[in-house]
Design a binder for this molecule. Structure first.
Ligand code: G6P
Length: 468
């Protein structure tokens, strides 16, 4: 009897693993869940298929401790790719976060091109390819995530061809892909595009990003485009628009927990007589935090009847603390919040610079009358989905920047341009004074979309496209 071929194995590859490794004062290792949109995005894949997750553990691990870290991560199906400190710094803080991140989010003044960072980026992408090729077998699927690994598909393809193994290669970009006119600023633009074109499918959260990628291939590489496909080296590469979702059950479960319900009561009591607005962001210059502070100030100046009647609680999660632009941002946010608060006889803006637990986050989402997402650019923004998922009881209003990728599908939110301070303030006013009927009808439609478009569906859609 002919033996049946085993189902293809799936390898997810990203810079950050779902588990972050930290060294304790005693020299041992602690592991904790990582944060960020990408990690939530892949939550759904767990429900569809088994997979191993390859990535960088985030710290330099001495030779003698590697086995221990490997063992710890293995418990979460994660496999570490160890990097040496200086190379990791240039690849992650350098090329990924000082060059690619600002480039992808149209932040020209933050881009600091450096050839040593580029060298490190290439060598880390090569190291990932070298680690993966020996474990890959004919028919396997490799799904690469995000901008830290733009070159990995081409290095993998070269090595796989030498090893005579046919493996499906997919890539998903969780950030914006800027217009070709902006993308072409990058001196290494050809290498990055050719890296992506080594894949069979390249996915994006928003159709504008897909178009920008396809146009970059046409205009920068002079390639032929057929609808959403590019022909490259006798292969057809598909660009797919596939917006991410979330698993709403996780929030429903948390909302039923007595500790979350008690916390919601405390929050309501604490903000009695006021409408609570909330925002939740990583501390990042793309999140439009200073623009949001200016809009709150404008709102209270233009509508003095709201003074003492509404407050913003902004949760700001520390991020990329070794990149200079990020450190300065914290100081400037503190200064502008203090200046606004000093103008009024109460505290209209409260900032919490810290990570918060899922239970606390759920309580905040459930209690807030309005959620503000003010990003000046944002690949998607899952906070907007999480807020809606936690608003079953009160149908709060989602105020969503038109520059967040999520605005492409969350069309029933109140959209605004964060750069237009007057328009932003008016959008907040509109949200705070919206009728219950309108709130309910907007929320119903948004919630339906969120239920229909789970992260499981996102994963399934991508893997199906890849298997064709
Ligand atoms: C964004 C990126 C992710 C990244 C996350 C957190 O969502 O698309 O790839 O993991 O930010 O950033 P960090 O640099 O801490 O991984």
């Amino acid at each position: 009897m002919a033996s049946q071929r085993p189902p293809p194995k799936i390898f997810v590859v990203s810079n950050r693993l779902p588990i972050t490794v930290k060294r304790t004062d005693s020299g041992r290792y602690d592991i904790c869940p990582s944060s960020g949109g990408l990690i939530c995005a892949l939550d759904g894949l767990v429900g569809i298929t088994g997979f191993s997750w390859y990535g960088w553990p985030g710290i330099e691990v001495p030779e003698g401790d590697k086995e221990e870290v490997q063992r710890e991560l293995q418990k979460s199906n994660a496999v570490p790719i160890f990097l040496e400190g200086d190379i990791a710094d240039k690849y992650y803080n350098g090329f990924s976060n000082k060059i690619l991140w600002p480039l992808l989010h149209y932040q020209m003044h933050e881009i600091k091109i450096c050839s040593a960072d580029w060298d490190a980026y290439q060598s880390v992408n090569r190291a990932f390819a070298t680690a993966l090729v020996p474990v890959l077998e004919e028919g396997d699927v490799v799904w690469i995530q995000d901008y830290h690994l733009f070159l990995l598909p081409s290095y993998l393809r070269q090595l796989l061809e030498l090893a005579k193994k046919k493996v499906k290669l997919g890539f998903f970009l969780h950030t914006v892909f800027p217009s070709s006119d902006f993308f072409r600023i990058l001196p290494m633009r050809r290498d990055i595009l050719e890296g992506l074109l080594a894949c069979d499918v390249v996915g994006f959260h928003n159709c504008d990003y897909t178009t920008h990628f396809l146009e970059s291939c046409e205009k920068i590489l002079g390639l032929e485009r057929r609808n959403s496909q590019i022909v490259f080296q006798n292969r057809t590469v598909t660009a797919l628009t596939n917006p991410i979702g979330i698993e709403t059950e996780k929030f429903s479960r948390l909302l039923d927990e007595p500790t979350v319900q008690d916390r919601c009561k405390d929050l309501k009591e604490g903000y009695k007589g006021m409408q609570l607005m909330i925002s939740v962001d990583r501390l990042d210059y793309i999140k439009g935090i200073p623009l949001r502070i200016a809009a709150i100030d404008k709102l209270l100046t233009k509508h003095p009847e709201l003074v003492g009647k509404c407050a913003l609680m902004q949760v700001i999660i520390p991020s990329r603390e070794e990149v200079p632009g990020y450190q300065e941002l914290h100081t400037s946010i503190d200064a502008s919040v203090s200046a606004v608060n000093a103008k009024y006889e109460y505290t209209p803006i409260q900032s919490l610079f810290s990570s918060v637990s899922q239970a606390e986050l759920t309580s905040l989402y459930a209690t807030a009358d309005v959620c503000i997402v003010s990003s000046t650019r944002d690949g998607f923004n899952v906070v907007s989905l999480e807020y809606i998922a936690c608003q079953k009881a009160r149908h709060g209003v989602l105020l969503l920047s038109e520059f967040a990728g999520a605005a492409g599908i969350l069309t029933e939110s109140v959209k605004f341009n964060p750069w237009d301070t007057d328009g932003f303030a008016e959008a907040i006013f509109r949200s705070l004074t919206m009728s219950e009927d309108e709130k309910e009808s907007r929320w119903e439609r948004l919630n339906q979309k969120i239920e229909d478009n789970s992260s499981k569906k996102w994963g399934q859609t991508f893997l199906e496209a890849l298997s064709q």
